[in-house]
Design a binder for this molecule. Structure first.
Ligand SMILES: Cc1cc2nc3c(=O)[nH]c(=O)nc-3n(C[C@H](O)[C@H](O)[C@H](O)COP(=O)(O)OP(=O)(O)OC[C@H]3O[C@@H](n4cnc5c(N)ncnc54)[C@H](O)[C@@H]3O)c2cc1C
Length: 366
């Protein structure tokens, strides 16, 4: 009989791993949401909500043999998972890839994707009505959003505020410098090292004032873009689990949390040594698929090579469809590339055709 693999979370990590294992095992993905959302393109959806029809993708064609079951997992253990409705699913191997939250309108909550679509449409309507926009947060989401808005609406006044001394904290100074120069050339007003003391909301855009910028008294559309928060409720029910400063669950060298033997964690929820990116997941998933294949064949994970994170932090940061800069993790320190390669690899299409294809929907609005 085929062994069963349970994957908690059908986001970028869980869905990709499920596809790789579909031929090898009976795969059951338990996913809270009704659809996959390609959140990479959620940023541009704020200026072009017509993208929504292509980035909210059903799960029904993801797997040929296995299945995606909608439900919320409340606990996971060596040998299975328990769902919030009390059901238990047993499995030989369990992978928990519960990912992270982000402020609206950039990622859906666990409760369905309709509210996500509504939040994108509402943000778009507010954007059309606003003359001034302020983005709080100078990481990838804030920087990309500033680039998208400034490219699509060159007459709006766009301000980007960050408490950090440079854009893109954690990434190379050259990447930050290139993005800053391009944003300034698009007319974006950038305030670095500027802490915003009080935001009316940190989880959704709102109309208000921002005391730390010039024209402080004027109303503007404020987008909080303060970073991802790992979703770790499942791990918090494991008595010996521990967490890093970002709240990601600590794992051993084979990505197993809390002393587990055949339970793995990956993606944004796990302290893998990589940043919380899909770029990181493209390294973790093929590695874990090999470990699981060997484990299913009777080997113990410890007898196999441990996980080694990327040595350089790769990231692709478009500023609208034509501009941007990226670090490709192809050399030890990463290779900085500019507008054209960034547009070609990501900026033009935002990987939408690729993810539609992975989910079996190529051809339709591809
Ligand atoms: C707007 C935006 C743009 C981004 N762009 C890029 C980019 O261009 N490049 C890049 O490398 N990274 C990008 N990122 C980061 C990237 O989205 C994350 O690294 C990625 O989503 C992590 O994948 P994951 O599978 O670990 O988690 P997620 O994609 O968050 O998926 C986790 C899944 O688990 C489900 N889940 C959670 N808890 C439970 C539970 N208890 N039971 C059942 N299901 C559960 C969730 O519903 C979700 O579907 C972006 C992030 C944002 C917010």
């Amino acid at each position: 009989m085929m062994k069963r693999v349970i994957i908690v979370g059908g986001g970028y990590a869980g869905a990709n791993l499920a596809r790789l294992l579909d031929k090898l095992a009976e795969v059951c993905v338990v996913e809270a949401r009704d659809h996959f959302v390609h959140n990479v393109a959620a940023i541009r959806s704020v200026v072009d909500p017509s993208l929504l029809a292509r980035i909210v993708i059903p799960y029904d064609r993801l797997l040929r043999r296995g299945r995606v079951r909608q439900g919320i997992v409340s606990s996971a253990f060596d040998g299975g998972v328990t769902l919030a409705d009390g059901a238990t699913i047993e499995g030989d191997i369990v992978i928990v890839a519960t990912g992270s939250h982000y402020a609206r309108p950039f990622k859906p909550t666990l409760h369905g994707t309709r509210a996500f679509e509504d939040s994108v449409k509402a943000a778009h309507a507010s954007l059309l009505a606003a003359d001034r926009v302020a983005i709080v947060g100078g990481g990838a989401v804030g920087v990309e959003l500033a680039g998208e808005i400034a490219s699509a609406h060159p007459r709006k006044r766009v301000t980007l505020v960050s408490g950090a001394p440079a854009l893109m904290p954690g990434y190379s100074a050259k990447l930050a410098g290139s993005l800053e120069a391009q944003l300034r050339a698009k007319g974006v007003d950038i305030h670095l090292g500027t802490r915003v003391e009080s935001l009316d909301a940190t989880d959704s855009p709102y109309l208000g004032t921002l005391s730390s910028t010039p024209d402080a008294a004027e109303d503007q559309l404020i987008f909080p873009a303060l970073g991802a928060r790992p979703i770790t409720a499942v791990f918090r029910r494991m008595p010996t689990a521990s967490f890093d400063a970002q709240g990601r669950v600590a794992v051993d060298a084979w990505l197993r949390p809390a002393g587990a033997r055949r339970l793995f964690a990956l993606g944004d929820a796990a302290a893998t040594g990589d940043p919380m990116t899909i770029v990181a997941i493209t390294r973790q998933v093929p590695w874990l698929a090999k470990i699981i294949a060997a484990t299913l064949a009777g080997e113990s994970p410890q007898s196999l090579p441990a996980y080694v994170p990327w040595s350089s932090r790769g990231i692709l940061v478009p500023l609208g469809p034509r501009d941007g800069a990226s670090v490709l993790p192809v050399t030890r320190h990463g290779l900085l590339v500019g507008k054209w390669p960034t547009a070609l690899i990501k900026g033009r299409e935002l990987f939408i055709p690729r993810y539609r294809k992975e989910f079996g929907y190529s051809g339709q609005f591809a």
